[in-house]
Design a protein around this ligand. Structure first.
Ligand code: ADP
Length: 575
């Protein structure tokens, strides 16, 4: 995963870069030596300390009342004093260890941290968002806690308890809870409790409350037990085709939003980016089989005959107001025929729409080709959610090209590199390097980072990130090599603003922020097309920023700074 922000230009930076594995470095603490988990040991000693203290105080009060000398001790008082001293020593040791550890751990990273803070004071870091956030508060936010969610789930009622037991015993199938109870939230709560009991694993941390479970029924997710929270950051504004867009990005990758934001800033300061939609059509390709290759070829010629197109498109179009057949491309493999139908889909991403149209045509063809055996409505020549040259070459969904001219001064000031370095890096990395790697649509630095984050935020199908991230990034020195022309060409951006996850509250809010929520009534399809352009624009920003960070030699350093929190990951063990 590559993405980073950079600073410092090409100046050699004296910072000691400490390499860390992908797994967080384990910080060994003295408290690790305890036989029980730390919280249990603490609980035991706290309880002991206070109970023996209470016992001793009450017995001494009795002695004072009965005029018994205090130094005369019976056996239980002797034992209590010993326990009191032992637990006192432990508690003192525990807080002492923590006290000693904190400055010790601090020492280790102090030097590096000081340099980062010092540099931040000197140079603009990776973008606007970071400029606004004070360094001190950035440090505070790194103290991630694994506390309980704010909204507590109440314990199950007696009636729910019975149902939970039945689900655990297998007498009520978990999948049937929504239908049986007619209450999706209650079904999720019962399923979750049953799951915890069956597996013996805690789901604490996975929220249940605060989600509309009715909204996903029969559409987005089956058998829910909660929902995952992903932070949403905003990159931008991005000036695209004369309009400003604040781009929502759902991600847990440090640097990504800040980096894209920096790219947006460079684009804006250079007058903005512009995009062109080259093509808009979703595809589905069924596979049918005949007894001979000859018959398969006959159907191919039938499908490709312009005289038959009108009839076929009429049949195809009858199931939707928005799905309009555009092309059919056929490929023969022996006795098998693959027909790649392509159609417009309005504001929907369109998989359902195109599949319904294809089914209409298959039913219709059965009359003229009764020996046609429909093997599957999808024969992978579509091609959905798999890397495939057909999407890279022909396009799928929206094909968009997006470009900008970045002024030389902005390249230096905002991106901390220079035009020649960027052009050379693009040629050797995105073009030659990807060719050497045998890339399929991967002639870019990290298009999929931006695509995935925007897809998650706006309710797109994240699995379609595969073909949606196909992208060739081009960079060229123009205006006497003073300025940079940068473009991204993305042939398969598969997005919609209706259907699927787009209608869920959070995702819908992000679409609203972009001004593309739901169906566009005046010009059906224009919301989805606009979203595709925004995706391409954000990718352009992301490419600019990461390429600059690499050109300036800042990639590792930025990640060390923004992608590594100081929390002790060893504290997070499975419960
Ligand atoms: P997909 O084809 O992406 O899976 P769905 O079939 O779930 O999408 O959602 C599309 C539905 O939304 C269709 O029933 C369609 O009739 C309806 N719809 C309403 N307005 C529009 C629009 N502007 N563009 C596309 N579909 C629309």
């Amino acid at each position: 995963m590559e993405h980073a922000t950079g600073k410092g230009g090409n100046k050699p930076v004296k910072t000691k870069v400490k390499f860390v594995d992908d797994e967080e470095t384990k910080v060994v603490k003295a408290s690790d030596a305890l036989p029980l988990p730390l919280y249990l040991t603490n609980a035991v000693f706290f309880t002991l300390f206070f109970s023996v203290a209470y016992f001793l105080l009450t017995s001494w009060r009795e002695k004072i009342r009965s005029n018994t000398p205090l130094h005369i001790l019976n056996l239980s008082e002797l034992v209590s004093i010993l326990v009191l001293v032992a637990s006192f020593v432990y508690l003192l040791g525990f807080f002492g260890i923590d006290f000693v550890q904190t400055p010790a751990l601090k020492d280790e990273e102090e030097e590096e941290e000081d340099i980062i803070v010092h540099e931040d004071a000197r140079i603009v870091p990776c973008g606007q968002a970071l400029e606004i956030a004070p360094i001190a508060s950035a440090k505070v936010t790194q103290k991630v806690s694994y506390e309980k969610p704010a909204i507590e789930t109440p314990p199950p009622t007696a009636e729910d308890e019975e149902i939970i037991k039945a689900v655990v015993a297998g007498t009520i199938p978990s999948y049937s809870l929504e239908t049986k109870l007619g209450d999706c939230k209650r079904a999720a709560s019962i399923r979750r409790e049953a799951l915890q009991r069956v597996t013996g694993k805690s789901l604490e941390g996975l929220p249940l409350e605060g989600f509309d479970y009715e909204s996903i029924l029969g559409q987005c997710c089956e058998m829910p037990v909660g929902y995952i929270t992903i932070p949403v950051g905003i990159a931008g504004p991005l000036m695209l085709d004369g309009r400003e867009f604040s781009v929502p990005m759902a991600t847990t990758e440090g640097c990504l939003v800040a980096s894209t934001n920096r790219g947006c800033k460079a684009i804006n300061l250079s007058g903005g980016a512009s995009s062109v939609l080259l093509k808009d059509g979703m595809t589905r390709a069924p596979v049918v089989r005949f007894n001979s290759a000859k018959r398969a070829a006959e159907l191919k010629f039938f499908m490709e005959d312009p005289d038959n197109y009108e009839t076929i498109s009429m049949v195809f179009n009858k199931s939707s107001r928005f799905g309009r057949l555009q092309t059919i491309k056929c490929a023969v493999a022996g006795k098998n025929l693959y027909m790649r139908f392509c159609c417009s889909t309005g504001d929907a991403m369109g998989m359902n729409m195109v599949s319904k149209g294809v089914q209409n045509v298959l039913d219709f063809l059965q009359n003229d080709f009764p020996d046609m055996d429909v093997i599957g409505i999808s024969g992978n020549y579509c091609s959905d959610k798999k890397p495939a040259a057909v999407n890279w070459i022909e396009g799928r969904g929206k094909s968009v090209v997006c470009e900008a001219v970045i002024k030389g001064g902005i390249v230096t000031k905002v991106l901390k590199t220079n035009v020649a370095a960027l052009v050379e890096l693009n040629m050797l990395k995105n073009l030659t390097g990807s060719a050497i790697a045998g890339a399929l649509g991967g002639f870019n630095a990290h298009a999929s980072n931006i695509v995935s984050a925007v897809y998650l935020a706006t309710g797109q199908d994240p699995a379609q990130n595969i073909e949606s991230s196909h992208c060739i990034t081009m960079m060229e020195a123009i205006n006497d090599a003073k300025d940079l022309h940068v473009s991204v060409t993305m042939p398969s951006i598969e997005v919609g603003t209706v259907g699927g996850g787009t209608q869920l509250a959070s995702q819908s809010a992000c679409l609203n922020l972009l001004g593309v929520k739901g169906a566009n009534r005046e010009a059906p399809g224009s919301n989805a097309r606009q979203l595709a352009s925004v995706v391409a624009g954000a990718v352009l920003a992301g490419e600019l920023s990461l390429m600059s960070a690499i050109a300036a030699g800042q990639l590792v350093k930025s990640h060390m700074k923004y992608n590594r929190s100081s929390k002790d990951v060893t504290a997070v063990a499975s419960a």
